[in-house]
Design a protein around this ligand. Sequence first.
Ligand code: COA
Length: 257
Amino acid sequence: MDWIVEDRGEIEVWTLNGEARRNSITCAALRQLLDELHRAAEARRLRCVVLTGAGQRAFCAGADLKERARMSEAEVHAFHADLRAALRSIETSPKVFVAALNGAALGGGLELALACDLRVMSSAAELGLPEVSLGIIPGGGGTQRLARAIGVARAKDLVLTARRIDVAEALAYGLVTRAAPPELLRQVALETAAEVARNAPVSLRQAKRAIDGGLHLPMEEALDLENRLYQDCLGTKDRLEALRAFAEKRSPSFTGE
Ligand code: COA
């Protein structure tokens, strides 16, 4: 099993299971990730996925460079296309993804985290896009998603130097929004996921679309997009349930309808 999938009801934890190779991504791991993403998009009960890595050394050390050395050029192209598709599928998924950065997230590992909606980080972890030191550039969306997440100047500082940053810098940049000591990271990630998962599923999906879709539109178009996505929520049973729950002074019970 390249990913261990733990079903906790409205939350699932997907753990990259390759500690000995620092959870670097093999072709098989990528195929399973695509399958799980396909399943998750249709899973009615699921609201939030926590992505993490086995052990405390690495979240994901990028592509498996040993496997890569044995691959033909055509296989490398296919891997790259699959990686891009998987990361886009996370980004556009109706579910919310939380990256729990239990250890180093480098290259494709950081790109995987950047495709997620939220990032929490172990205080012992380090992050970086070292591709230019390896004769390539970030090709899994890293140049684009990092610049959008932390701004052009900081993204160039990281990408062009290939340097790695610690938790203090990652927090200061807003690259991660929560941090925890290694032994508490899973708990903090699960609490974060629970805070997300208690909300209305349609609202979560539409809010994610509004933020991601509107970010680079002119303001008028962005506000129109938000309005369309807002209108979609008005017809849901969950909105009425939230109003009833408020009047009855209880927590709402959302169904996603
Ligand atoms: N692909 C394949 N194997 C990898 C790997 C990768 N991307 N990253 C690490 N490994 C392997 C090492 O080769 C080593 O294998 P070995 O035991 O057979 O020698 C094993 O994982 C442990 O690596 P090590 O460097 O000793 O672990 P560490 O805990 O001290 O450091 C990292 C972990 C992730 C910080 C470090 O391995 C690293 O910097 N890896 C390279 C990351 C990288 O540049 N990725 C490519 C981005 S494009």
